[in-house]
Design a protein. Structure first.
Length: 201
């Protein structure tokens, strides 16, 4: 059996990664979504082990030292990390898995697992991004300014990715990612098992 596909969805905060990933999960029922660990407090409605594994900072740091993360990063004052063992287990079982992570984390995964597929979600404009972040109503003016500056700088990293998808309309972005996943899964390098099976007869 060939390994599953590791898909990394990343991009500036507010670009719509979360919404896109939720829609992708609906479209591909077999697609696994990696559950990250974080030290941030749960928001209303978030569920332990489904939204995140919510950890105390000391426990998170212990996991860093025990090399339990495929990547980790500090994002706006909190740690976030991808549990390595679960991701590799899914890939080895032939399951495709998606990570929705920030740019620092995505670049680490690219270094540690270059066979992944790296997709950068771009907002249609910084003006639109600002509107979306303001619209969420969760951040102060100061934090919004910080996020916007960060987003501006982060756009430079788009060139490190395999694909850029503009999230103007969520459905269009989701369809584009679906096509990317289908194309990537058809690469000869990922079809060794089927090629060998055909050859057997
Ligand atoms: P939030 O706190 O809004 O759920 O997420 C804040 C940011 O952290 C988002 O940009 C999200 O993509 C990112 N993030 C979530 N999980 C991970 C992770 O495991 N690793 C990294 N590097 N970033 C993550």
């Amino acid at each position: 059996m060939d390994n599953g596909l590791l898909v990394v969805i990343s991009g500036p905060s507010g670009a719509g990664k979360g919404t896109i990933c939720a829609r992708l999960k609906e479209e591909f029922s077999e697609l696994k979504v990696s559950v990250s660990a974080t030290t941030r407090k749960p928001r209303e409605g978030e569920v332990e082990g489904i939204s995140y594994y919510f950890l105390k900072e000391e426990d998170f740091i212990k996991k860093i030292n025990d090399d339990e993360f495929l990547e980790y990063a500090k994002v706006y004052g909190n740690y976030y990390g991808t549990p390595k063992q679960e991701v590799f287990r899914q890939l080895e079982e032939g399951n495709d898995i998606i990570l929705e992570i920030d740019i620092q984390g995505a670049l680490q995964v690219k270094k540690n697992y270059p066979r992944g597929v790296f997709i950068f979600i771009l907002p249609p404009s910084l003006y639109e991004l600002n509107k979306r972040i303001e619209g969420r109503g969760t951040d102060s003016k100061e934090v919004i300014m910080k996020r916007m500056q960060c987003a501006y700088d982060e756009l430079n990293y788009a060139f490190e990715y395999d694909y850029v998808v503009v999230n103007d309309q969520v459905e269009t972005a989701v369809q584009q990612i679906k096509h990317i996943i289908h194309a990537e899964k058809s690469r000869a390098i990922r079809k060794k098992a089927i090629i060998n099976k055909v050859r057997e007869v």
